[in-house]
Design a protein around this ligand. Structure first.
Ligand code: MN
Length: 252
């Protein structure tokens, strides 16, 4: 989007009925070996790959996301984890969607890459669709966490050689994200900085203020040391397929 002239953008929306992709991520610690921008960069990567397949336009990402939670993202307390208040995120995404719809985009895809965003993005999409409908726009929005589903065979390959796999609940800065970043942004991964700490054993509740002792020192909830570029390729290509399938189904 940012590389197009306005009239070219307009032509793509109005004449071609192009799908507009809005990546939404987070700026959040992912251990010592992955960059703070891991989530939003992966959302943008996914949006670009799927947009290429369906002739879509990738809008600028909403890089910041909802507050990191201890049991899913290692928590809000580490330096660099720069989150939005829920109200800000809802308002920000609402306004972006409302503007894109006002300019006659009828098909918008929101690509989410950060678990904590989920319900706030739902709220923003719901409100934006309502606002646009009141203005007489027939905009439809598809929202998807790109890693919503994983094929069990892929999971087996991901955790091959690990006796006691951490599972998706502890996959923050672990094998999945590390492998995907090795495939998509290899220059930004430093495998030599991965530490193998005991995994956290979270209680089934949260406390405020957070107790930093609940989270391993690195900030990762499981170790990414067995990650490879090949595992990353397997995961990324599967997710690109899932998102493409969803987009083609809803916006034939
Ligand atoms: Mn995240």
């Amino acid at each position: 989007m940012s590389e197009l002239a306005w009239d070219e953008y307009q032509r793509r929306l109005v004449e071609d009925g192009a799908i507009v992709f809005v990546p939404v991520g987070a700026v959040e610690q992912h251990g010592y070996h992955l960059p703070l921008g891991t989530d939003w960069m992966m959302a943008r990567y996914m949006a670009r790959r799927v947009a290429e397949k369906v002739g879509g336009i990738v809008a600028e990402p909403v890089a910041y996301g909802a507050r990191s939670q201890v049991r899913t993202g290692g928590g809000p307390h580490r330096c660099g984890t720069t989150s939005l208040n829920a109200e800000t995120l809802i308002a920000l995404l609402h306004d972006v969607l409302d503007e894109i719809g006002r300019h006659d985009a009828r098909k918008i895809v929101v690509i989410d890459s950060h678990f904590e965003n989920r319900f706030f993005l739902d709220e923003a999409c719901h409100r934006a669709q309502g606002t646009l409908a009141l203005k007489g726009r027939e905009t439809r929005i598809l929202k998807m966490l790109y890693a919503e589903r994983i094929n069990p065979d892929t999971m087996k390959a991901v955790y091959q050689g690990i006796d006691n796999p951490p599972g998706l609940d502890l996959e923050h800065g672990g094998v999945l994200e590390t492998a995907m970043m090795l495939y998509c942004y290899p220059d930004l991964v430093n495998m030599s900085r991965i530490v193998d700490e005991p995994r956290p054993d979270f209680p089934p509740y949260d406390v405020f203020p957070v107790n930093p002792d609940w989270v391993p020192t690195s900030g990762c909830l499981s170790s990414g040391k067995t990650a490879t570029r090949m595992i990353g390729e397997l995961l990324v290509e599967e997710f690109v397929g899932h998102v493409t399938e969803a987009v083609r189904k809803e916006f034939p």
